[in-house]
Design a protein around this ligand. Sequence first.
Ligand code: ITT
Length: 191
Amino acid sequence: MIELIFATNNLHKLEEVQAIVGDRVIIKSLNDIDCHNDIPETGKTFRENAQQKTDYLVNKYNLNCFADDSGLEIDALNGEPGVYSARYSGSRDMERNIDLVIERMMNNENRTARFKTVISLHIDDNQFFFEGIIEGTIINHRRGSKGFGYDPIFIPDGYDKSFAEMSAEEKNLISHRSIAVSKMAEYLKNI
Ligand code: ITT
C-alpha cells in the first residue's frame, strides 16, 4: 500500500484519480490532513505550479504527495489562457472566461489548441513529473453542457463533439488529465 496526499480539495478530481490508480494507492485530500490554506500557484508554467504545490506540502508536512496543474493553450493567442485558465477574464466566472476566448479568437483562422496537465509527484524524497496533452480546436460558439471549464468550446482532434458533449466516461478516456494520471499510475505500479 502507498499513501499519497493529493494537493486538491476538489473531491471530483480526487475520485477521478483514485479510479485510475486503483486500490493499492490510498489518496488523501488536503482536508484529510487538516490543511486549509490556499497553496500559492504563482509559477509561469504548469510544471512550476504543480511543483510549488508539492514543495509546499513537503516543507510543511514532509509527506508523500502529488499535485496537478492544468489549462488550455491556444496557439493563436500565444499559448493563452495557459496558467491563467482559471481566471483568464480576471474572475473565476467561466462564462466570462469563455466569452473572452471567443472574442479574442473572433477573426482568427488558426483554431488549434490543446489541454495540458502536469503532475508533480514527490515520493520518498524523489521528484517526478508526468504530462498529459490532448490536441484539438477552438470553436466560436458553445456546444454541450457537460464537463466544466472550457469544455464547451474545445473539440478534440478526431472527434466531431466538444468535450461538453461527451459523457464523463468518454472524456476521461482521452483527457489530458487521464493521460497524465495513467502515466503516474504506471510508475506507482512498479514501486
Ligand atoms: P485546483 O484547486 O485543483 O487547482 P483548478 O480549478 O485550478 O483546481 P486546474 O488547475 O486543473 O483546476 O485547471 C485550471 C483551469 O483550467 C480550470 O479552472 C479550467 O478552467 C481549465 N481546465 C482544466 N482542465 C480542464 C478540462 O478538463 N476541461 C475544461 N477546462 C479545463
